[in-house]
Design a protein around this ligand. Structure first.
Ligand SMILES: Nc1ncnc2c1ncn2[C@@H]1O[C@H](COP(=O)(O)OP(=O)(O)O)[C@@H](O)[C@H]1O
Ligand SMILES: [Mg+2]
Length: 533
C-alpha cells in the first residue's frame, strides 16, 4: 500500500456518525436470555446512614447485555461484514478492497466473546506502530460496546467486567512468537495478514488455539487483509485458491495441497481437521467510506494493478502477470456434467522430478472450450501416469485425442521404448505437441484470444471448471518473461500452463473429426488437414 493510501485510510479511520445513538435511550437494548431482568439504565444506589451528613453516591456496575449493547454501538454492514462476524469456520480470512470495513469488523468480532469470563483473545498486527492505530480504534469502540470494560496499558489488554480478556499485541519477526509460548487463546486475530512474509506465525499461533472451554466458546482464527504485500502468495494459496470465494472448505496443506487430517493414533485419525473460508470484501460494502466517493476517487487514481488490488480486491493481479485479463468471475464456472456429444480431448506436460500436469478439455457446440478436469502429480512414472489417466477418464466416453510434450518421444529412460511409447502401449494414446520455433508465443497469443470476452456472446471462448483449482491458481500468477515480454517466464511453475497451451494449440473445434490415435505410434501425423494437426 502506498503511503498516501495509508494516510487516507487513517484519516478515514475515525468512528462513524451512524453509531452515535446514546445507549440508554435505545429501544434495542432489551435483555437477552431467560430469567433475570436486566436494568436498562444505570442504577444509582444512595446508601444513607444516620450519622453521616453528606453521602457520596455509589455507582453500581450496570449489568448490560453485551450482545444487545453491541447491536446498538456496532451494526455490521450487510453483506460480507455480516458474514465475517457470523462465520463458524475455524479459520476465516476477510480480504479484499481497502476500506471495506475489515479492521473494524475484526475489532468487533471478539466483542461477543468478551461477555464470557473464560474468553481469552489475542489480536495481533505486524508492528507496534500499526498496532497503535488498532488500539486507538478499539478505544473508541469498546467502552461504548461493553460498558465497564477496562484497558490496561501495561498489559496491553482489554478486560471486560465479566472477566473476558483480549490482548492486543504485535508479531513482527518469527522469533516474536516466543512471547506467546505457553499461552492459550480461544480467539486469535491477525489484522493485515499479507504483511507476514511467511505462514510461520499463523501456523505457530494455531498451536496456541486451545481452551478448556472450547465447546462453549469455540476456537477461532480470524484474519483480514488487502491483496498484495509480502505474504500475498502464501495467503492466496491458503485461503483463496482451494475453493471459490465464500464457500467453506476443509483446510489443506499449502505445499502439498492435501487436506490436513487428524494425526496417527487420534481417535479421528485421517479425518479432516478443520474448515477454512475466504470472505471477499469490496469498498462498496462499506457505506461509511463509499458513500462520499472521495476515497473511491483516490483509489481510482492509483496505477492499474494497485487499483485492482485495493479497490476491487482482486487477488489475481500481480505486477507483471502474463494473463492480467484472467478473472475468476468470468473464466471460472461451476462444474457440470459434460454432454456425451461434446468433443473431448486431453493434454499433458510430463515431468517426473517436478510435476506432471494433465488437463481434459471439452468443446461446446458454440465452440467454447471448457477445461473440465486437471491432474497435477509429482513423481509418477509414465506407465503409472497412463493408468491414472485411463482411470480418471473411464466414464468420459470417447477421448478424441491427447497431446503430449513432444520431447517425450525422444526420452527413453535407459533403454527400451520412449516414455510416450510406454503410455501409448498401455492404451493411453498421445500425439506430440507442437514444439516448433515460435510455438510458445503463438500458444500464449491463442490463449489470450480465447480468454477475451466476446462482444456479442459476452462469453470468453475458454473457461475452467471450479474443480481445476491448481490451474485456476497457476494461470493468473504466471509472470511475463522480463527479457521477452511476448512469452511467460519459464522459471515459474508452469506445467499446467504448458498443458493448456498444448491443448489450445490443437485449435479444437466441436466438429473435429474423429482422430484415431491407434494409427499413430511415433512421429507427427496430421489429424486435421486444414490446420495440420
Ligand atoms: N459496521 C460499521 N459501522 C460503522 N462504521 C464502520 C463499519 N464498518 C466500517 N466502518 C467505518 O469505515 C472505516 C474503514 O473501515 P476499516 O475497517 O478501517 O477498513 P479496512 O480495514 O477494510 O481497510 C472504519 O474506520 C469505520 O469508521
Ligand atoms: Mg484495515
Amino acid at each position: 500500500m502506498s503511503k498516501d493510501v495509508k494516510k487516507q485510510l487513517q484519516l478515514n479511520a475515525s468512528l462513524p456518525s451512524g453509531s452515535k445513538k446514546p445507549l440508554r435511550k435505545s429501544k434495542n437494548l432489551k435483555p437477552k436470555g431467560s430469567g433475570h431482568t436486566q436494568k436498562l439504565t444505570e442504577t444509582v444506589e444512595v446508601v444513607a446512614t444516620p450519622k453521616v451528613e453528606t453521602v457520596p453516591a455509589q455507582v453500581k456496575a450496570p449489568e448490560y447485555d453485551v450482545d444487545a449493547a453491541m447491536d446498538v454501538v456496532f451494526k455490521p454492514n450487510p453483506g460480507p461484514q455480516t458474514s465475517f462476524l457470523s462465520a463458524s469456520e475455524r479459520e476465516v480470512l476477510y480480504g479484499g478492497a481497502a476500506g471495506g470495513g475489515k479492521s473494524y469488523a475484526m475489532l468487533a468480532d471478539p466483542l461477543h466473546g468478551l461477555n464470557d469470563p473464560n474468553f481469552s483473545g489475542l489480536l495481533v498486527r505486524h508492528t507496534t506502530e500499526e498496532l497503535r492505530e488498532l488500539i486507538q480504534k478499539s478505544q473508541e469502540l469498546y467502552p461504548r460496546a461493553v460498558p465497564g470494560i477496562k484497558w490496561s496499558e501495561r498489559k496491553s489488554q482489554w478486560i471486560s467486567p465479566r472477566g473476558g480478556r483480549l490482548w492486543m499485541s504485535y508479531l513482527d519477526k518469527d522469533t516474536d512468537v516466543t512471547r506467546y509460548q505457553g499461552q492459550a487463546f480461544n480467539w486469535i486475530g491477525f489484522d493485515e495478514l499479507t504483511q507476514w512474509t511467511s505462514p510461520y506465525a499463523w501456523g505457530y499461533m494455531r498451536s496456541r488455539l486451545r481452551s478448556a472451554h472450547a465447546s462453549e466458546l469455540g476456537l477461532y482464527m480470524r484474519a483480514t487483509t488487502n491483496p498484495g504485500g509480502a505474504g500475498h502468495a502464501w495467503v492466496k494459496k491458503m485461503f483463496i485458491d482451494p475453493e471459490r470465494a465464500g464457500k467453506a472448505f476443509w483446510a489443506t496443506d499449502i505445499d502439498s495441497g492435501e487436506t490436513i487430517t487428524f494425526p496417527k493414533g487420534h481417535s479421528k485419525e485421517g479425518e479432516p481437521l478443520f474448515k477454512r473460508r475466504f470472505i471477499p470484501a469490496s469498498l462498496f460494502d462499506n457505506p461509511y467510506l463509499s458513500d462520499s466517493g472521495d476515497y473511491e476517487a483516490m483509489l481510482l487514481s492509483l496505477p492499474e494493478h494497485q487499483r485492482k488490488q485495493l479497490l476491487e480486491g482482486n487477488w489475481d493481479i500481480n505486477e507483471g502477470a502474463a494473463f492480467p485479463e484472467f478473472d475468476r468471475k468470468v473464466h471460472v464456472v461451476d462444474a457440470f456434467e459434460i454432454p456425451d456429444s461434446w468433443a473431448k480431448f486431453r493434454a499433458c506436460d510430463y515431468g517426473y522430478g517436478s510435476y506432471t500436469g494433465v488437463l481434459w478439455f471439452a468443446v461446446a457446440p458454440d465452440e467454447q472450450v471448457i477445461v473440465y478436469r486437471e491432474m497435477y502429480v509429482s513423481k509418477v512414472t509414465a506407465s503409472d501416469l497412463a493408468d491414472l489417466i485411463l482411470e480418471a477418464e473411464s466414464k468420459d466416453g470417447t477421448m478424441r485425442y491427447g497431446v503430449l510434450d513432444s520431447s517425450l518421444w525422444h526420452n527413453r529412460g535407459d533403454t527400451g521404448p520412449s516414455l510416450a511409447e510406454q503410455m501409448n502401449q498401455k492404451g493411453c494414446r498421445w500425439r506430440p505437441s507442437d514444439r516448433s520455433r515460435g510455438s510458445r508465443v503463438a500458444g500464449k497469443n491463442e490463449i489470450h484470444r480465447r480468454l477475451k470476452v466476446d462482444e456479442f456472446t459476452e462469453k470468453p471462448q475458454l473457461v475452467f471448471m471450479d474443480n481445476c483449482t491448481n490451474t485456476i491458481a497457476q494461470i493468473p500468477s504466471i509472470p511475463l518473461d522480463k527479457k521477452n515480454p511476448e512469452d511467460v517466464d519459464t522459471h515459474a511453475e508452469d506445467h499446467l500452463y504448458d498443458a493448456l497451451r498444448y491443448g489450445i494449440m490443437t485449435r479444437p473445434r466441436s466438429s473435429i473429426w474423429d482422430y484415431n490415435p491407434a494409427k499413430q505410434r511415433t512421429g507427427f501425423q496430421a489429424s486435421d488437414p486444414s490446420f495440420g494437426y
